[in-house]
Every structure is written in structure tokens, then in C-alpha cells.
Design a protein around this ligand. Structure first.
Ligand SMILES: *Cc1c(COP(=O)(O)O)cnc(C)c1O
Length: 465
């Protein structure tokens, strides 16, 4: 005798919607939406994509799981165990507690464009300006959506329909679709390439300007690669001299915008916006969420005249920041009034500066916590604490390796599967893989997340042993 097809026992949508466990789901999500999810689950049973449960509890579990899956937010918090501090795919800089508080407070009404002294209309572009002036020494500044926007705004304002002189060696791609030749083109300007890939001299710029119609000189910091050997680069100060002589503004795209001496973080030399301003750049552009350690933003700082023109350009309106970002940036920048405080309070800077020894001790403590949950769990993962190197990331300091400590797991052929299990943890843990071993670098894991990592490892160990 052939067993009856279990699909014949699938109840109708309406019958399931009457069940108390299903009715309980409705207030949080609405009747229509829950009906849609129940129908989708039942359709998948009818088409054989899902087994048919043999109890009401079985139906309840499936529908609840589907509702949880479909209603989960798209943007989820993750634990960054990659050791890449400014991981662009994981949201670049984690924000300081001060910035998070300011952003929460700004989420309601605020004096974004309102002058509380006079009761009159104020300007959104006033926020953060005083702080940028203090930190960089610039006369004025405008904050936009990101650094790509700041560079595009500068080029559009000063060179639309005209030429922009850029060294051949600086026609860079930053990643995520930011390529200097395309940005120049998108700004409606014409790229005038100067010099060669490895050597560009002041005379090369002078010749380009004398040949005609150069409206701006753009200098781009090589954030994410280095060139060595037979090279020569024109210094910013030399470009400024040329710019002054020919009446052409000099725009410096700095990218990361480190706001303190890189030596204080144990990193190689990196130019700061203050140095560019002191060298005479008319405009300096940098990101808010790279080494500044704040929210996604772009800062265009420089002379009063140049910033005023950029701020008055219609594109500026299209690139403007929202109130929550401005609040987070302001709170982050205000920490720089005391560089030592910035290094302690801004997570990206604190992470970069943490010595390996401290990370090693935390790694040992995490493994001890895993072991305490059951003998053999640590062994199942073939886990050990190893020395490794972290990266700054975010397209900055391409050559800098920061000595770090990681928990290494011997996954062998299962490496892909183990990574996936860590990603499926709540919250997801994103680790790094090298051949058959996984690495969880403690540098980018906040100390208060150590217990999450221990729980994720214990769950992984239990599932593989
Ligand atoms: C990162 C970077 C950019 C792009 O900045 P975003 O804030 O990501 O838009 C542009 N130029 C340089 C040199 C960079 O390093």
C-alpha cells in the first residue's frame, strides 16, 4: 500500500490564522503581512520545498521561524574579528560612545537649521565648522555626505567645463567605485594628466597650466598603495607656489584625514589636514569615517573664499549631511581637543594603539571561557592563541602591519563551513581564513564583545564535536 501524501493534510491559511500562536504574531506585524508569510510557508509545503509537520506545534515552529527570518532587519550588528580596523564592508569606523549618545539625542527635533539665539532660520552648514577650524587651522569648512562628495563638489565648483591637472601617478582607484579620472569626468571637468606614473615634477604642472585652460590642480594622496624605486613626487608646497603664480586653486584629496601625529599611534608618516592647510592648500578633502573615527561624512576645509564658493554651489545641497551624522561628527571631533582623550575614546584609534600583549591575554581568557563550558570544546576546535598582524584598512596605510594576537582554529577542509557557522551566530562573528585555519583577531573585537565570541566558539565547538 502506498502511504498517503502528507500534503493532503496541509490546512488552509484561514485555519492556521485562527490558531492562538498565529493570532499572537499579528499585533507586531499586521494581519496582511502575517497572512502572506503563512501562505508562503504553506505554498512551499505544497510544492515539496518544505516537509509537512505532523503536529500543530510543528506548524507553529515553521511559521514563527519564517516570520523571524522575514522580519529581521537588513542591517545587523556584527562582531568584526577580521583584524581590519576600518573594514569598509563592515561599516568602517565604530563610533565613540560620545558620538553614539549625540546621534541618539539628535534623532528627534533639533536646531539643525534654526538659530536658538535669534529664533530665526540658521544654517545646517554652521555645525562642526568651528571644530574643523580649530583642528585643521583652516578658515572655513563645509561638511558633506562623504569624501567622494567633497572632492566632486570641489571639482565641480572650480573646474566644471575646464581642465583639472592631476599627476599620472595619482590617477588612483580607492575602491567602491571612486576612480579619479571618473570623478573628474562626473564633475564635468576635463582631466589634464601631468608627468608620468613614477615621476612628476613642478615643471610638468607648469607646462600643463601654460598650455591652457587648467582651472584647478588636484593632488590625491596615495592612500591605498605605495610606489617605490625611481620616483619623484611634487610637494604640496611646490604646487601651492604654482597655483598662486597662475591664479589656480590647489585641491588636496587626503582621504583618511588622520587628525593627529601618526607616530602617536605607532603608524608610519601620514599627512594631516592641518599640514596641508599650513602648506597653503586652498581646499583639503577628507573622510569622517576613516582615521577620524566618526560617522560617514566628507569634510572640505580651506580658505574662506573657496569654501564659500563650494557651499554656494547647487551640488552642495544634494550632498548635504543629515542631523544625526552632524551630531556624531561634532561629538567625535570635539574629542580631538585633547589628542590623548581622542586616542582613548575613539574606538578605531584605541584599537590601533592596543599592544599585542593585552590582546594575547584576552584571547587566552576567551579560550578559557570556551573550555569552562565543557571539556573537549576547545580541543574540538583545535584552538590556539597565535601572533598575527592587523591592518588599518579603509584604503589607508597599505603597508602597515600592526602586531596582534588571534584565536586560531584548525578547521581543515571545513573552513568554509565553520566561517558560515560563525556568521550565523547572533550576533554574527566575521573571521578571517588562511587556508585550513580561521583567525579571530582580538584587535577589532571590543573587550565587551569577548563573551559573545566565547559563546560563538562554544556553539561552533558543540556543533562540530
Ligand atoms: C577614501 C578616499 C576617498 C573616498 O572617501 P569616501 O569617504 O569613502 O567617499 C577619496 N579619496 C581618497 C584619497 C581616499 O583615500
Amino acid at each position: 500500500m502506498v502511504a498517503p501524501d502528507p500534503r493532503r493534510s496541509i490546512p488552509g491559511v484561514d485555519r492556521l490564522l485562527e490558531r492562538p500562536w498565529c493570532r499572537d504574531l499579528i499585533p507586531a506585524h499586521g494581519r496582511n503581512w502575517i497572512t502572506g508569510r503563512v501562505r508562503a510557508v504553506l505554498d512551499e509545503m505544497r510544492s515539496g520545498q518544505r516537509p509537512v509537520p505532523d503536529s500543530d506545534d510543528g506548524f507553529a515552529a515553521l511559521v514563527r521561524a519564517e516570520v523571524a527570518r522575514a522580519s529581521a532587519p537588513s542591517l545587523k550588528r556584527v562582531v568584526n574579528a577580521t583584524g581590519v580596523v576600518l573594514h569598509t564592508n563592515l561599516g568602517r569606523a565604530p563610533l565613540a560612545a560620545e558620538a553614539r549618545r549625540a546621534m541618539t539625542a539628535a534623532a528627534g527635533y533639533g536646531n539643525v537649521e534654526f538659530d536658538l539665539d535669534t529664533g530665526e532660520r540658521g544654517s545646517r552648514y554652521d555645525h562642526c565648522v568651528e571644530l574643523v577650524r580649530e583642528i585643521t587651522g583652516a578658515d572655513d569648512a563645509v561638511v558633506v555626505n562623504n569624501n567622494a562628495g567633497a572632492v566632486a563638489l570641489a571639482l565641480t565648483t572650480f573646474a566644471a567645463g575646464r581642465g583639472v591637472a592631476v599627476s599620472h601617478g595619482e590617477l588612483v582607484e580607492i575602491g567602491g567605485g571612486f576612480r579619479i579620472p571618473e570623478v573628474v569626468e562626473a564633475a564635468g571637468a576635463r582631466l589634464v594628466t601631468v608627468g608620468t606614473t613614477n615621476r612628476t615634477r613642478p615643471a610638468d604642472y607648469a607646462r600643463a597650466i601654460e598650455r591652457g585652460d587648467v582651472a584647478a590642480i588636484l593632488k590625491v594622496h596615495r592612500s591605498n598603495f605605495s610606489i617605490s624605486g625611481f620616483t619623484e613626487e611634487t610637494e604640496l608646497a611646490e604646487l601651492v607656489e604654482l597655483g598662486v603664480a597662475h591664479g589656480v586653486p590647489v585641491i588636496h584629496d587626503l582621504g583618511s584625514g588622520l587628525l593627529m601625529d601618526s607616530a602617536a599611534l605607532g603608524l608610519p608618516y601620514e599627512p594631516t589636514p592641518a599640514e596641508s592647510i599650513a602648506a597653503g592648500a586652498d581646499l583639503v578633502a577628507f573622510s569622517g569615517d576613516k582615521l577620524v573615527g566618526g560617522p560617514q561624512a566628507g569634510v572640505l576645509a580651506g580658505t574662506g573664499k573657496c569654501v564659500a564658493r563650494a557651499r554656494g554651489h547647487p551640488l552642495c545641497r544634494a550632498l548635504r549631511s543629515d542631523k544625526v551624522t552632524l551630531a556624531g561628527l561634532e561629538a567625535t571631533l570635539s574629542l580631538y581637543r585633547d589628542p590623548e582623550r581622542a586616542r582613548e575614546r575613539i574606538p578605531a584609534l584605541r584599537m590601533i594603539g592596543t599592544p599585542r600583549g593585552r590582546l594575547e591575554r584576552r584571547a587566552e581568557a576567551v579560550l578559557a571561557a570556551v573550555g569552562s563550558r565543557g571539556a573537549g570544546l576547545r580541543r574540538a576546535l583545535r584552538a590556539e592563541v597565535v601572533a598575527t598582524d592587523s591592518l588599518v584598512g579603509g584604503g589607508t596605510f597599505p603597508d602597515a602591519r600592526i602586531p596582534s594576537a588571534a584565536i586560531s582554529l584548525g578547521a581543515g577542509d571545513e573552513a568554509g563551513e565553520w566561517l558560515a557557522r560563525l556568521r550565523a551566530h547572533k550576533p554574527p562573528v566575521v573571521a578571517r581564513r588562511r587556508r585550513g585555519r580561521l583567525f579571530l583577531d582580538l584587535r577589532t573585537i571590543a573587550p565587551e564583545e569577548d563573551s559573545v565570541v566565547a559563546a560563538a566558539l562554544a556553539a561552533l565547538a558543540a556543533s562540530v564535536s
